[in-house]
Structure formats: C-alpha cells, structure tokens
Design a protein around this ligand. Structure first.
Ligand code: UDP
Length: 329
C-alpha cells in the first residue's frame, strides 16, 4: 500500500516508516519539521514538507499521490506544555487533524491509523488497563487525543472511514541497527534522560516522587519498544477493509516497571552510574499505568518482541552511543 505518514520524521513515525518498507509498503513522509528530523527519513523515501493544517497543501498532495492509507503521528506530545499552552495543542492535535481528515475524505482516502495514548484514560480505576475503561483525561494533551478518537468514531459512522487508534503506553528504545532513535527537543522522557545522566551530559537524573503507593515508591510505567508499536500499526492494515471499521487497541507489554528499575537497567546496560536527585512528584503523573494488550494480541496477532526493560534500554544505548548529538539538525 502507498501510505502517507504524517509526522514520519518524528520519533515513532520514523520507526514506522522503516517497518513499512520492511513489510513491502511504500511510505510517503509528510512533516513540517516543527519537531521532526530530516536525518530520520531514509534516503529514497518521498518527503513532503507541509503542515497538517494547510488545507491547500493537503489538497495538492492527495491529488498528486494515490494514497491508500494515512498514518498520523504528527501530534504535539508534551503534557506540561499542553496545560500552559492548550491553544497550541487544540490547534495542532485537533484542528489540524480535522483538516487532514477533511482532505482525505474529499479525495476518497478512507483508511486511517491514529496514534492515541493511554493518557486518554486519565487516572485509571483498574490495572492492567483494558480498552473498555472509562476515558477521563486529566490534561489537554490527553483530551485532544480523546477528541480525535471521538471524531474518528463519528466519521466512521457517517462517512465510512475505517480506522485503528492505538493507545500507546511508554514508547521507548531505538531501531536495532541504531540508525534512528529518540531525539526530542526538549527531552523530558525518562530513558534518554537517564542515559544522559549516566554519560555525564546532565548533572543528575531527577526522580520525580518516591512516595507513590508502589513497591519501591516510584511510578510504574509500561515501556514498549518503538518497533513493536510500529509492527502493531502495520498489522492493523488488513483489518480496515470493511468501511466504517472502528478499532481501538492498548499497546504495552503489560509489564509494570518502576523509575528505579529503569535506572538500574540503564546502569547495567551502560556499565555507568546514573547520578540521581530525588525530587517531589511531577504534577499530573498517575502512580501506575500498564496495559492489558490482549485485544491487540488476539485480534491483530501482535506479539511484542521486546518484553523486558533491559533489551529496550540496550537499543536506546546503542543509538545514544552512535549518535551522541542525535540528528544534529
Ligand atoms: N520521570 C522521572 N524523571 C524524569 C523523567 C521522568 O522520574 O526526568 C518519571 C515520571 O515521573 C514517570 C516516568 O518517569 O513516572 C516516565 O516518565 P516519562 O516522561 O518518560 O513518560 P510519561 O509516563 O510521562 O509518558
């Protein structure tokens, strides 16, 4: 299939582009490079520079390319920023997505794969988390993703759009050949920050909260390898043939890992000490988030290849060693 990958130069999108090629599809990358990296797009892949909110550009793109399916990774993803600048989040994550969907429908493109998030659940009442839990986001980031999920449901019913929305847990790691990896600016995620602290690029890793009701007092998260996420997306393609299909899947390994366990894994993999500073809780962090991904396993035949934190950290470590300055762009 010819697949338009919106946000294909970003972290998860760029890994998906490689997996699409490996699976025999033809990706076309759409990115405005607000956060994406040119170096993350493989040579030979068509690269279109435009914003999702640019209706005229989208119209030209869909008229020129015969796109079979759109994957959408082009959202802003900083929870804290979404609280201080919600306009930016509603504009990009909701309004621009609407523009993209409008252009798709106008040109008869009716298959869509969407990056959603476990942040749509808010503070869940049950663990591990299944797809049928109530969704009550506690920040504008999670709300914008839920808004799009609801938009998609209505579009499936009204216009026969077929979609799969994947609610990610903590995307982590890098391509196994270390050609691409995680390079956020600013970086806020635990694994890259722990590696930087180990390398001495940061004075210390701040551990946000040690008084959570968890076995070691730090937050539990479900770290899932970015290539495993990508493979689930591609597995969904075969399930979108029927017009009006609406699919929702949680994607995680189901294995809760604490902040201290991540630090231990980074120390073991790198052979370096992670200097740590214990800090108060970070606002908006639920104590525990981990997935029940049986639905994806059952319906899509998805099996995460990476099932524990150390091998995931190993891939991240190889990337950081190979590209100490990230993409340097
Ligand atoms: N965390 C931390 N120090 C950091 C960054 C993150 O202690 O510098 C913790 C954070 O409180 C959370 C976990 O690590 O419990 C994962 O955070 P991250 O930002 O990587 O992902 P999130 O779960 O927020 O999507």
């Amino acid at each position: 299939m010819k697949v338009l990958v919106a946000g294909g130069a970003g972290y998860i999108g760029s890994h998906c582009v490689r997996q699409l090629i490996a699976a025999g599809h033809e990706p076309v990358v759409l990115d405005n490079f607000a956060y994406g990296h040119r170096g993350a797009v493989p040579a030979g892949v068509k690269l279109l520079e435009a914003s999702l909110g640019d209706a005229a550009a989208l119209d030209r793109i869909f008229a020129a390319e015969r796109i079979d399916l759109v994957m959408h990774f082009a959202a802003f993803c900083y929870v804290g920023e979404s609280v201080t600048d919600p306009l930016k989040y509603y504009q990009n994550n909701v309004a621009a997505t609407l523009t993209l969907l409008e252009a798709m429908l106008k040109h008869g493109v009716k298959k869509f794969v969407f990056s959603s998030t476990c942040a749509t659940y808010g503070v869940p009442e049950k663990m591990p988390m299944t797809e049928d839990l109530p969704q009550a986001p506690i920040n504008p980031y999670g709300q914008t993703k839920l808004d799009v999920e609801n938009m998609l449901k209505a579009f499936a019913r009204a216009y026969g759009l077929s979609f799969a929305a994947f609610r990610y847990f903590n995307a982590a790691g890098a391509a196994e050949d270390a050609t691409i990896g995680e390079a956020h600016d600013p970086e806020t995620h635990l694994i890259p920050l722990a590696i930087w602290a180990a390398q001495g690029k940061r004075a210390a890793l701040e551990v946000f909260g040690t008084d959570y009701p968890t076995p070691d007092g730090t937050c539990l998260r479900d770290y899932v390898h970015v290539d495993d996420l990508s493979r689930a997306h591609i597995a969904a393609f075969d399930h979108l043939a029927q017009p009006g299909t609406a699919l929702f899947y949680n994607l995680g390994t189901g294995m809760p890992t604490s902040v201290l366990e991540v630090i231990k894994a980074v120390e073991k993999v790198t052979g370096l000490k992670v200097p740590v500073k214990y800090s108060p809780r970070r606002e908006g962090d639920p104590p525990a988030l981990y997935a029940n991904s049986q639905k994806a396993q059952r319906e899509l035949g998805w099996q995460p290849k990476f099932r524990s934190i150390e091998p995931i950290v190993e891939t991240a470590w190889r990337w950081h060693q190979q590209r100490p300055d990230g993409y340097a762009d």
